[in-house]
Design a protein around this ligand. Structure first.
Ligand code: PHE
Length: 345
């Protein structure tokens, strides 16, 4: 029979009259009306084939019919449960409540706290700054020449490109060091944690969002030996008292000389394993003596003051600490991964 107002009225009347004494009867009625081949379901199937004008007329009524059937079935179920009383209730009301499950801190937060607390013990305070930055604080003040590849669209997400001072997402937290140097006079001793953004393809070893802690120490007479000692002490606190470090010459526009630092592999203790790819060493950070041009750009006299800076990726440190092989785990919020750190607090 095609859809008609009369038919809908009839169906509404039969639905309103329905009565049931047992759960099974209610289920049979549900199937009769709303099941896969149920009468209302069939009307909806038919509805798809009728023309536009008719759709307007019947759309709302059909929905009302479906709601009426659903509500009636619910009502009968509730009435039955009430008659049956608490003795047949599906749960034991005297049972103590379930324990509320506490969440766990994210491994990146745990690692960040640990890094900050180590440098806190060395007398560093924490400085933070904006994630949306300008070119000056991310690049120019850090002695990046205008044609430097890191400014290329490849690496940087621009918010407002063009002009003298484009707005962008910071690619490192060295920008916070610049802000600190602009505001504070030496001695300066800060660590800058935060989220950074780079336009990179996502893989097991790279992500377009990650976290860094960078550090800066400026005072009279700071030397490379101080830098080496600070990093060695950090490595020993973080990876174990018998850790060794080695420095390899490197290049950053804002430090001179610059170095990359490896720590002795805390898994095989230098013998060579698959984590350190047989070398016995793991790369942990970049560092160097702050370039005099950088001090000058922030109004600090390089003839009086010198300093060092370093920067590390929190994900990388956490991967080494817990031997996580795929960086993407940190961003996917898979509870099976995150639960493993519940006791790491
Ligand atoms: N800013 C550099 C980076 O993001 C790290 C770094 C910081 C290197 C300070 C040297 C000194 O890769």
């Amino acid at each position: 029979m095609p859809i008609s107002n009369e038919k809908i009225e009839q169906m509404l009347a039969s639905i309103a009259e329905m009565k049931a004494a047992r759960e099974q009867e209610i289920e049979e009625m549900r199937v009769k009306w709303l099941g896969k081949k149920g009468e209302i379901t069939q009307l909806f199937d038919e509805f798809r084939t009728i023309d536009k004008e008719q759709k307007k007329e019947f759309g709302q009524r059909l929905n009302a019919l479906k709601n009426a059937a659903t509500a009636k079935i619910e009502e009968m179920r509730a009435a039955l449960a009430e008659i049956a009383g608490p003795a047949t209730a599906s749960f034991d009301q005297t049972k103590p409540g379930d324990v509320f499950q506490l969440g766990a801190r994210h491994p990146i937060s745990i690692t960040r706290e640990e890094i900050l607390s180590i440098f806190g013990k060395f007398g560093y305070s924490v400085a933070e700054g904006p994630e949306i930055e300008d070119d000056w604080h991310v690049f120019s003040a850090l002695n990046f020449p205008p044609e430097h590849p890191a400014r290329d669209m490849q690496d940087t997400f621009f918010v407002q490109p063009g002009g003298d001072n484009p707005i962008l997402l910071r690619t490192h937290t060295s920008s916070v060091q610049v802000r600190t140097m602009e505001k504070m006079r030496p001695p300066i001793r800060v660590v800058c944690p935060g989220r950074v953004f780079r336009n990179e393809a996502i893989s097991a070893r790279a992500h377009c969002i990650f976290h860094q802690v960078e550090g800066l120490y400026i005072d009279k007479g700071v030397t490379f030996a101080d830098l080496k000692q600070a990093i060695l002490l950090f490595a020993r606190e973080m990876f174990g008292a018998d850790s060794q470090i080695r420095m390899r010459p490197s290049y950053f526009p804002f430090t001179e000389p610059s170095a990359e630092v490896d720590v002795s592999c805390n898994i095989c203790h230098g013998k060579g394993c698959n984590i350190c790819k047989g070398t016995g060493w793991l790369e942990i950070l970049g560092c160097g003596m702050v370039d005099p041009a950088v001090l000058e750009a922030s109004g600090i006299d390089p003839k009086v003051y010198s300093g060092f800076a370093f920067g590390m990726g929190i994900e990388r440190i956490a991967m080494l600490k817990w031997q996580v092989k795929d960086l993407r785990h940190y961003f996917e919020n898979d509870i099976r991964f995150l639960r493993q750190f519940e006791t790491a607090i």
